[in-house]
Unconditional design. Sequence first.
Lengths: 472, 469
Amino acid sequence: MKTIKESARETRVAREADVVVVGGGPGGIGAAVSAARNGADTVLIERYGHLGGMGTGGLVTIIPQLTDIHGKQQIVGLTQEWIDRLIARNAVDTPKKEHWGSMDPELVKYYFQRSFFYTRLDRVVYAALIDAEISKIILNEMVEEAGVKVYCHAWGTEPIMEGNHCKGVIMESKSGRQAVLAKVVIDSTGDGDLFPYANIECQTDIPAHFRIANLAVCFWVAGVDLKKVMDFRQNHMKEFVDLMRKANEYGGQGGFMPSNLPDQESIVWFHSRYPNKSQIDVEELTRVEFLGHKIAGKTIEFYRKNVPGFEKAFLVLTDPQLGTRSSRRMIGEYWLTEKDLSNNQPFEDTIAIFPDLDRGQDSLDHPNMYIPYRALLPKNVDNFLVACRAFSSDMHVQDYFNLIPHCIAFGEAAGTASALALSAGVGVKNVDIKALQKQLAKQGVPLPDVTIEVNYKYEGPTLKTPSFIPPH
Amino acid sequence: MSARPSVGTITETARQIKVFREADVVVVGGGPGGIGAAVAAARNGAKTVLIERYGHLGGMATGGLVNILPNLSDISGKQHIFGLTQEIIDRMEKRGGAFYPKKEHWGTTDRKVVEYYNNANMGNFYIRKDPNIGGKERVLYTAVVDPEILKDELNDMVQEAGADLLLHSWGTRPIMEGNTVKGVFFESKSGRQAILAKVVIDSTGDGDIFVEAGAEFDGSLDNKRRTAWLALITWVTDVDIKKADDFKASQPEKYAELIQELIKLGGYPHYMKGILKNQRNVIWYHSFQIQPEASDPKDVSELTRVDVRARKRALITYEFMKKHVPGFENSFIMQTGPQLGTQGGRRVIGEYTLSDKDMVSDEVFEDTIVVLANNDNREISAKHPALCIPYRCLVPKEVDGLLVACRAFSSTESFNQWFNIIPPCISYGQAAGTAAALALDASVQPRKVDYKALHKNLVNQGVNLPEVK
């Protein structure tokens, strides 16, 4: 490997804080808001001009899987707060609360047709389709109100290491290379960008058939006469399916989802899966961007010409952020692996409960996944937390539990733990778990009673719909 | 636990950085200048790498939602800017992604035609008053392009030219050997890496690379000028524009009252109608109205503050209009600019610095690389409808191995404000990329490029240049 020597230099310290969070996606939002609300002087560094990561810039405008098979909402906390703020602005669509968990075939059919995300395992599931632009504003408000110091258009690139201690991070921006020093560093980059420099153990292998192996270039098409489209689909199903196949043959994309949001009747959403060698290889990211834009262009050409209702449609937006699904996965203090996908006994340090909905019968037998605090802690660095999809997990756990609400929950736990540790004058590894759980519960996070021995057995009706891997 | 002010510096130790590529030319920034530079360098045979921070090319023209290529002709309708800008418009035209006044209308004073373009979309970009004919309004050649189609088209152009592109990559720092730039360090998901090159072209818009290269520059910005203002553009769709127009026309006082109230709330009073012919229900809000704020596009805290504030104002505007103005009932915010709109920044001090006197000199430089229409300076424009730009304003003093091809070209701020927009930047890029390739062929530094050879090559590429005596 050819290298070049970069000489030593003095780098300006932009700020000193208690907690610095790198990355303003769902994990970073959760972490920064929670740390600041719990009294820590918090800095959030975000590469783009908006917060929300995949949920906004990635056009993955869906917060799914909030209720379990019994219809019980397991992910609440900051996720629900985001949704509540969207409700206040009429900028969200969700199944009605009284329908969560319902197995009424008519209801299930209704919601299935409305959105792919509203049903799982023959049941109605609480999921929220969100407005990306309004969400950007809401997330800004949440961090501002919490008192977080935000740097947008700033790229947190490297940890500043001193042995096993991380003193802060390097930040590149239009103001040049600067440092932010902090007592606790939270990696919410999605990809564990800080890991290689901090020698944090991780895995990066992903089998090609896994959902998380794919990149996405989502795009929105506007000017659609949705009623006309839906009537055509309903009355000419065969022709419609044929057209979707032809769209693919043309080099475009068959299949789309309606926005469903109030007043967005004219918008549909195209989602995609692009196989790749690695989501942290800059050449692969470039290749897929090209491909995705090419396909988006072909798609709009084909639909305008051939699909009723799309005559006046136009490509309004390709995602400002490339849709990434997974890359580095930490091997931390506790490593969540395949065997945990059948464990129904909560961990003593559980910080979140995630409904398990995508694995057919296996999900019925294991309706909830418990996440230990230790899954956010690296082995080798003493003041570092991971609050994003790079949490400590193997590929199997990662494939199902690295979505937006999950990452918010990691963030909420990490941010809260950081502030508690700083108040108590201990390291994040020695934070009082009971105090952490108590505080999280106070913030509206449902947590299990860890003192009870669980003997769960599924006793509901047999599964009718087959198991499948959803396209999110 | 409370905020503490910044203290001094930290020491980063020396280290080895992986060399990712070795190239002839590396272009930092894929905005209009970078596109021009990369395509021209690659077409002229240089092994070229283009580094872009976002996932798309086009800079302000795409991600900034400033999807307009203005002032391609002078006020009389004579086209001056050709070259790659015209090539881009031709390619966009083929895909139904461009809109501009018909050629036979350029320069016309016909009231009906003028009115048509005034109302077509973004009216004022198509029309200028001509003092030479008593201040009558005339139609200009200005093109509006679809930003999403443009992203794909620019990808194609760069690829067809054979340039190697790195998206999601932020070129941050020059690699120096004495006074000569030898490449750049860049950040990406692959970590910090280096690209070595014989010529580096700074197309970052803000001169991010030339600062650490030690080039002299002027970073002053006067808040009275457009160049100091940041803008976050918002598109709102599903507006019944006819209904809104009817309301404005039938109840002008009521409308004015509403807009006054909106201003008090902090919203945006003005919008532009319809961006493209296929986007009939779309309106466009610029965020620096009514009063631009003191700002600095080179300061990350300012970029953050303006971005956050502009979003809030967009929401205030949208909610207010939806509630109160007929035609907006079903509207929604379709998108905000994925890139914050920046309009000025640092300006390099080059071998030649363009200033106000160049707007009245009519000088034909021997190293002219483009002729630009001068449409926004009233009486001066009337007397001097176009002006020549010399290659030397892309060449920094003293620093070698570096060219500047973006709005940071060597100019005073008063000059820069008129000639730092998209088509001129494409032209600066085209010249810089060509010059870099010629310098490599001749084994000389870019500043030593043979002006005659550069002139000939640019003319062959379709750039409109005057005869040099």
